[in-house]
Design a protein around this ligand. Sequence first.
Ligand SMILES: NC(=O)c1ccc[n+]([C@@H]2O[C@H](COP(=O)([O-])OP(=O)(O)OC[C@H]3O[C@@H](n4cnc5c(N)ncnc54)[C@H](OP(=O)(O)O)[C@@H]3O)[C@@H](O)[C@H]2O)c1
Length: 253
Amino acid sequence: MFSLNDKVAIVTGASSGIGRAAAKLFAAQGAKVVVTARRQAELDALVDEIASEGGEAAALAGDVRDAKHNEALVDLAENRFGGLDVAFNNVGTVGRMAPIEDLERAEWDEVMETNLASAFLAAKHQVPAMRRRGGGSLIFTSSFVGYQTAGMPGMAAYAAAKAGLVGLTKAMAADLGTQGIRVNALLPGGTDTGMATFETDEQRAFVEGLHALKRIARPEEIAQAALYLASDASSFTTGTALLADGGVSINKI
Ligand SMILES: NC(=O)c1ccc[n+]([C@@H]2O[C@H](COP(=O)([O-])OP(=O)(O)OC[C@H]3O[C@@H](n4cnc5c(N)ncnc54)[C@H](OP(=O)(O)O)[C@@H]3O)[C@@H](O)[C@H]2O)c1
C-alpha cells in the first residue's frame, strides 16, 4: 500500500533534513527520485547513498525560485525515468525572525519567494507532466506555524507563506481532482533539522515542551507522513492539511 514501485518522484530541499529523509524513504519504497537543492555536494552524496542501498536517484542542483530550474527538474524526471508521478515540494526557509516593523521588504520577499512562489513555479511545470501520466500526487511542506492556534512571534513572513501553501493546496486540489491529481499540504511540527537550531538546552526544552509528545520529530518521522501522501495509501485524500506535528497545534501548556 505504501509502495512507490514504478513511480517517479521529485523531492525538493533534499540536501538536508526532511527532504533528504524523504528522498531516501521514497527510493527505499521503489521510487526513482529526482533530488534538488542548491548544494551540489550534498545532493551527490545522497544519490550515492541511495544507490548503495539499491535505489535509483538523479540530482540537479539549483534554486527553486527559478522557473527554468523547475522546468529542468520535470524534464529530468521524464527523460531519465519516463515520467512524473509524485512531487514533494519541500523547500523552505524561516528567514530572519523579527517583529513586523523591523522586517525589510527584501527579507519578506525572500521568504515568500522561497516558500510560496517556488511552490507555484514547481506545480506549474509538474501538473502537465502528471497529466501526461494519467494522475499523480503533489505535496507541499507547510508548517504548524501560522496554522490553527499556532501563532509564533517573529515569524510573520514565514507564517503568511506557509498559510498560503494551504490555500494553494485547496484550490489546486479542486482544480485537478477530475484529472486524478491529488494535492495535499504536509504540516510538520518542530523537527530536528538544521532549521530548528537552539542556542541553549533551555531553548530546546521549551520548544519540545510546546508539543503534546514533549519532543520534536526526527526528519524520518515527517518523511513517513510524506510517504503516505505520495503513495496510493492516501488515494482518497486530497486538499487536506495533514498535521504531523506531535500535537503542537492542540497542546495547551
Ligand atoms: N524543521 C522544522 O522544525 C520544520 C517545522 C515545520 C515545517 N518545516 C518545513 O520543512 C521543510 C524542510 O525543512 P527542514 O526542516 O528539513 O530544514 P532544512 O534541513 O534547512 O532543509 C531546507 C532545504 O531547502 C533547501 N533550500 C532552501 N532554499 C532553497 C532554494 N532557494 N532553492 C533550492 N533549495 C533550497 C535547502 O538546501 P540548500 O541550502 O542546499 O539549497 C535544504 O535542502 C521546509 O519547508 C520547512 O519550512 C520545518
